[in-house]
Every structure is written in structure tokens, then in C-alpha cells.
Design a binder for this molecule. Sequence first.
Ligand code: UD1
Length: 422
Amino acid sequence: MDSIIVKGGKELKGQIHIAGAKNAALTLMPATLLSEEPLTLTNAPRLSDIKTMTALLQSLGTEVTSMQDGKVIALSSHNLTTTKADYEIVRKMRASNLVLGPLLAREGNAIVSLPGGCAIGARPMDIHTSALELMGAEIELKDGYLHAVAPGGLKGNVVPLRFASVGATENILMAATLAKGTTVIENAAREPEIVDLAKCLKAMGAQIEGEGTSRIEIQGVDRLGAATHAVVTDRIELGTYMLAPVIAGGEVECLGGKMELVKSFVEKLDACGVDVTETANGLLVKNRNGRHTATDVITQPFPGFPTDLQAQMMAMLCTADGTSVLEETIFENRFMHAPELIRMGADIEVHGGSATVRGVDRLKGAPVMATDLRASVSLILAGLAAEGETRVNRVYHLDRGYEHVEQKLGAVGAMIERVQGE
Ligand code: UD1
């Protein structure tokens, strides 16, 4: 398995191009299942999660063509061959469950493996299923698979979500575009990826209002058509690279970055003494006066501080001036990076859902291991300022969500290389 080796101590300077959002692409791709006509996505990120979603859609009969080195994905679902999403693919990636809503809406039935737990928590599907049941679906769990049928087709209804789940909002939004009548999603998630999905569905002919607010209203239509859609910028990749010059020193312009995607994150950076300025092409980041200071962070659904930036923020706070408290409210087990950062000399105490980080002057390089995607990249960030060499092992998690990380950081001056494992 490949490893990434980072040698710390080099200031960064230059530009990093931010890719299209993984989490948007993973819900835009299954939207193809709603239509017999082609869907073309541009600005797609080149990631292993995209390959997994490609394999899943192909297993259902979708034709998927990757063009321009993977940046353009052409999808056509005119002839679906099965409505079963197999465990062998679903177990690799939880976002596979995003085929449930579209399959049920288009075909009236779907058999989708339950994804199971992952490193960061249990991740059940009750919010998805109870919402679909309110729309007339009958869902049963058999042999680890959700068997869903909608004998008379899905019907619009008022669907309150007990928690603003991103995936459930996406599944219901997609399903409702082809349901009979009006669906109102209450307590909907407001993430930019949901706004991007709604934009694409509207281009396909869906009638949607209120995306980006907690009340989304969808008027079902008989069929959806063809569309071409550019994937929104990845705000998590953006936030990750914005932290690099804060940790290593220097200044980096993140091309394609937009303030509206990372507002709460930028507020925290400002509190830490980091300047973020909008430029013609993106966001420019640099420390205001040398060392950055501590701050407290609570993860929240959008527009709050994203859980997907918590690990990277912790890596930054390890060398901040003062003590920070990070509270994780979205996932129950998302501090797996803390013990690895401690191996690099960080002073962190974890108590259940919160972590106290006392800033130290310097981290020290060490061999470390990543247990999930965002944890992997947080260790690379930490390595940028650590004394000596940091070797991040098991980087297959990283390839799920970051394209060409070593090229992107290398181009702004980081000493980073990938070594191939056996
Ligand atoms: C999405 C993102 C993920 C991000 C997360 C929260 C994708 C592909 N992934 O994941 O990167 O970390 O949003 O911003 O977009 N829950 C339930 N029952 C359900 C559904 C969720 O209890 O039916 C719980 C989960 O266990 C978790 C919380 O709700 O604790 C948030 O989950 P959710 O918003 O659904 O996240 P995902 O869509 O899986």
C-alpha cells in the first residue's frame, strides 16, 4: 500500500487549483438513474470514490464514459438492467446508498445493501427509509439489504427529517422529482452540494424551490431529460489547502475558492489570526503576524463548521498559541487522528465528543497511520511543519477524496512524495 512522505519546515508559496466536489459528484452521478436521457458532468474530481460510484452505476446498467482524463463524465441510464446495489460495492463507500431514492422513483423498486459502519461511526439509514415510507414506499430489511417497493409509485408528502442528514435530503430530493404531487422536505440539509444537486435536477427538468434552506419543495414531473452540469468547487479540499500555509508558513492562493462555500471556516481562521482575501481567481491565505492562535470549534451541519474539516483544523491547532477545544457533534467517533498527532508530539486530550488541544511550538515527524479520509490529510498537513520526516501509511483513504495531493502541495514548495507500497 502506498505511503506519503512529508519533510517539514518549508514555507509554501504559490497557487493550488481546487477540484470539483467529491460529495457533489457522488450525488450528481446517481441522478442519471432518474432519466433515460444522458447526463454529462464537467469539473469532476479524479478520485477512487468516483471509480466506485462508476462501478456501482455500471452494475445497474448505466453507461459511463470518462473523458478528458476523468474531468468529464458522461452517463446514460436509458436501459437499466437491475435495481440491486450489491454489498460488494456498497461496503466500499457509504455514498452508494444514494442510488436508493432514484431507483425507487424510476423503477418502483430497489434492493440496496445497508452500508454498515465505518471508522467514524455507525451511520444508520433510518432517516432515508422513514422519509421514503412517508412517500408510499414499503421497505424491509432482509439479508443485510433494504428491499424497497413503491407499488403505486412514490407520492409527494410533507417529509420532516429528525436530523438534517445530507444523504437523506439528497435521496428524498431525487426521489421526489418523479413522485406524484408535491413533496416538502422539512429540516432539509442546506449544504452547497445539495444546492448543486438541485441545480442539476432543474437542468434535467425538475421543479424545485427552496434548496439551500431547510424547507425544500418539489413538484413531481412525469420524466426528466438530458443535462450538462459543472460540479461545484470542493469546499473541503479548499479548506484543507487553505490550512497548509497557516501550518507551514507562507501564502497560498486557492484557485476556484469562494468565500460563500467556507464562511464559518474563514471566521474561525480569522479568529486564529489568519488573513483570507478574495482574489479574482480564488482565495488567498496567509498568517497575519507569524504564529497562529488557538480557537474553539464546534462541528455543525452547514452553514456551521464542517465535520469534514475538523481533523485538518485540529492539525493546525496543534501548533497554535494557546489552548483550543474541538467539539464533534455529527459523528460519534471522529477523533481517530488524535492519537497519531500525539505520536508527532501534539498535546491533545480526548473526552468523548470533545478534544482539548494545547498548542506546542513544534511537532516532530513520525510514521503515522490514517484510519479515514480526512484523518489522512490532517496528518500530511501536520507533517508540513513537523521537524524531520513524517510517513503517512495506508493512504488509500486519501485517494478516495484528494486528487494528486503530492503534486498540488509539491507545486507550492512542500517536500512531499509518494512511495509505492508492495
Ligand atoms: C455526508 C458527506 C460526509 C459528511 C457528512 C456530514 C457525502 C458523500 N458524504 O455524509 O462527507 O461528513 O455528510 O456533513 O456527501 N444519520 C442517522 N440516520 C440516517 C442518516 C444519518 O442517524 O438515516 C446520522 C449519521 O450516523 C451521522 C449524521 O446523521 O451521525 C450525519 O449523517 P449525514 O448527514 O447523513 O451524512 P452522510 O450523508 O452520510
